[in-house]
Design a protein around this ligand. Structure first.
Ligand code: ADP
Ligand code: MG
Length: 694
């Protein structure tokens, strides 16, 4: 039996390790630095680095790396050994404070969206002391932020940290204004639920589409699909259970609170939910989780697919971003079950979220846009492309009453008290959770469900924190200036809710009626990545980000270009892979089958049988005609791909991809899948959906 408490966090230089290994005064100064977000002093860093190195070497580490999150959405690392040669030819294992706090990876190979001219290829990484160092393989990994020497941000971590700081400041201002003088910091917290597919490695290796693109580009529907829904919470197959056990242990060692695991709706699909933590740590942990999921799968002869839509006709994978705000005095700001005076606080924060989401639907949509996620959003499974908020019936009643003023008879304070009386009930009622909503209130947090499974959660949380900070600072301005804070907050709550009722929707988000209704309400319906991304560079959004110093205007434009480029590149790879599979595998396979059928018919004819109505002949004719069509579609796709990068600007290219390349891919796929249903299994060049999923 493994000793979980002992194993938990054993590979992390966490608080316990620091306490044990650092001199008391150093430990205290470091804690102060971390808690107050101060700059790390070099003498302090030297002592910490040395202790960290000794600890890491005891755990078997020989190298260290600054671990960072470039704009590719995955993590990067550059390993250096601790070895330091001495004059007498021996070595010492050294690690200085300078090496701990700052690194200089060669930044030229990471995308910058044109931010870094090539002559200035250097970037630097800086330790984020709020996220613990950890050991992976033989390396001590130091979580860092990544910038260029010009000061431009080159990663996802820096703007995330900025947005956390912002929302903290704005929330504290609001709290202070309404009488909470104790709270000095507010942390945004996240628990990301991670969905994934597990498939057999041998089968995976036989499919170029999975290898090159992470998703199947061809594949006829199997006779058994997910109609039966027998998979959800079903008995987890023994191999998968062994995988999950191993995965949990690996994650626990890294101090990641992997908690629940269950099978999802689709066959071979699973989910892992960690216990929530501060957003930057949750982000680091989710990146690590995705990496380790893949690594552990490999050990078990499996492959972990994190693509949003590996299989057509089968539910895709997402990530539910459970998000909340908590104070350093232990309050959850979305917890409605408080005394009435604190419910005013709850309603202020609720109103701020509602305002933020309504005002910035576009940015939330942008933050979840990708080629992979386009297969989910708007399809009949994941949240739709239209952003709306689900509050649950009870809470929505409270909001309606406030807006209608029906509970206001007894003066200023009473509506809040009256309105809130019903709140404790809805806390108990988790049964009417709306699974179709993209942004749902779930008790004491909001669950943003539109993220794709392969995403870094940094982007969506940068947006969430920034838009929330913006709404809260507007509130704070008013509350701080008010002579009667109670009256002002009641007014603010009522006015804000009244102005943003359109964003609330408790019904079925998948229905056709909602699309019509949402349009009437003036809500955005940005169906694809290409529709969504241009909103990123709208004046309103540039103003928002630059005002709060989360991104500069140049950074926004560079990120926008990178996103468009990424979209085009990804689909280009998919199209090229399809063409290769079509020419080198599918066509030859079906030709071989046609030849076998023709040979069989010839043999029958040689025996004197009448083959005019022969099934071999009929099938030959049918497949031959499908093959002709298939060839044409292959050529058509190739023609589109040739012109993909013709246009000069990225948006035009992306539009061409959406409007011309993707439809050509769909047509080629349909043609290929039809052939698949007719060709004998022994001839088919790769595993089918049936083989992969069951
Ligand atoms: P579901 O029913 O959607 O599966 P769960 O109750 O299992 O939801 O939990 C979803 C996630 O929400 C978990 O990762 C949990 O830790 C997280 N969560 C709970 N409270 C908070 C909070 N205050 N802030 C952020 N995330 C939270
Ligand atoms: Mg969930």
């Amino acid at each position: 039996m493994t000793n979980v408490p002992e194993m938990f966090g054993s590979l992390v230089f966490n608080d316990a390790a620091m306490k044990e290994r650092l001199p008391k005064d150093i430990y205290k100064s470091l804690q102060k630095t971390i808690k107050e977000g101060l700059k790390l002093d070099i003498t302090l860093a030297n002592v910490v680095a040395n202790a960290m190195k000794d600890w890491a070497i005891e755990k078997g580490a020989t190298h260290y790396t600054h671990w960072f999150q470039p704009m590719t959405g995955i993590t990067a690392e550059k390993h250096d050994s601790f070895i330091s040669p001495q004059n007498d030819g021996s070595i010492l294992m050294e690690f200085s404070g300078k090496e701990l706090i700052q690194g200089e990876p060669d930044a030229s190979s990471f995308p910058s969206g044109g931010l870094r001219a090539t002559f200035e290829a250097r970037g630097y990484t800086a330790w984020d002391p709020t996220s613990y160092a950890f050991i992976k393989g033989n390396s001590l990994c130091i979580p860092t932020a990544f910038c260029s020497y010009g000061g431009e941000v080159l990663d996802k971590k820096t703007p995330l940290l900025r947005s956390m700081e912002l929302v903290s400041k704005a929330a504290v201002r609001v709290l202070n204004a309404i009488g909470d003088k104790e709270t000095t910091r507010v942390a945004s917290t996240v628990g990301p639920e991670q969905e994934y597919f597990l498939i057999d490695k041998e089968l995976f290796n036989k499919r170029k589409d999975l290898i090159f693109t992470g998703r199947t580009l061809f594949g006829a529907k199997p006779p058994k699909g997910q109609e039966l829904e027998d998979h959800y919470f079903g008995a987890i197959k023994p191999r998968v259970s062994a995988y999950m056990e191993d995965l949990n242990e690996e994650l626990w060692k890294l101090g990641i609170f992997a908690k629940t695991e269950h099978n999802e709706v689709a066959p071979s699909q699973h989910e892992m939910a960690p216990i929530f933590s501060t957003t930057n740590i949750a982000t680091d942990h989710n990146q690590l989780t995705m990496e380790i999921m893949k690594k552990v799968a490999d050990r078990h002869g499996l492959v972990c697919l994190l693509h949003e839509k590996p299989f057509a006709g089968v539910n895709g994978s997402g990530k539910h971003n459970n998000w909340s705000l908590g104070t350093n005095t232990g309050k959850n700001l979305f917890d409605p079950t408080k005394t009435p005076s604190e419910n005013k606080q709850f309603l202020l924060f609720l109103a701020a979220v509602i305002k933020a989401v309504d005002d910035h639907q576009d940015l939330l949509r942008v933050s979840v846009a990708s080629a992979g996620n386009d297969h989910r959003l708007g399809a009949n499974e994941a949240p739709p492309a239209i952003i709306s908020i689900f509050l649950g019936s009870e809470l929505e009643e409270v909001v309606k009453a406030i807006v209608a003023g029906t509970a206001r008879k007894d003066g200023v304070a009473s509506p809040l008290i009256t309105g809130v009386d019903t709140l404790p009930d809805f806390m108990k009622d988790t049964t009417d959770r709306n699974r179709t909503s993209p942004f749902a209130f779930t008790g004491n947090k909001f669950e943003f469900r539109s993220l794709g499974s392969s995403f870094s959660i940094a982007g969506p949380n940068i947006v969430l924190n920034t838009i929330m900070a913006d709404a809260l600072s507007e509130f704070a301005d008013k509350l701080e200036a008010a002579s009667d804070v109670n009256a002002e907050s009641a007014k603010l709550i009522k006015e804000t809710l009244a102005a943003h009722m359109r964003i609330l929707f408790n019904g079925n988000n998948y229905s056709e009626e909602w699309v019509v209704e949402a349009e009437k309400r003036g809500l955005l319906n940005l169906k694809t990545t290409v529709d969504a991304l241009p909103y990123f560079v709208k004046e309103k959004n540039i103003k928002l980000f630059t005002k709060h110093k989360v991104f500069s205007e140049v950074e926004i434009h560079s990120r926008y270009e990178l996103l468009l480029e990424g979209y085009c590149k990804q689909i280009n790879i998919e199209a090229l892979t399809m063409i290769e599979m079509a020419r080198k595998e599918i066509y030859p396979a079906s030709a071989a089958y046609v030849k076998a059928l023709a040979d069989s018919a010839t043999a029958k004819s040689a025996l004197g049988l009448d083959i005019s109505e022969d099934s071999d002949v009929l099938l030959v004719k049918k497949i031959a005609s499908l093959q002709n069509n298939f060839s044409k579609k292959t050529a058509a796709l190739e023609d589109k791909v040739l012109h993909l990068f013709d246009g000069e600007e990225a948006l035009g290219q992306a539009e061409f991809v959406r409007d011309s390349v993707l439809p050509a891919m769909q047509e080629l796929r349909a043609a290929g899948d039809e052939i698949e249903t007719l060709v004998g299994k022994a001839y088919w060049p790769y595993p089918t959906y049936g083989d992969l999923l069951f």
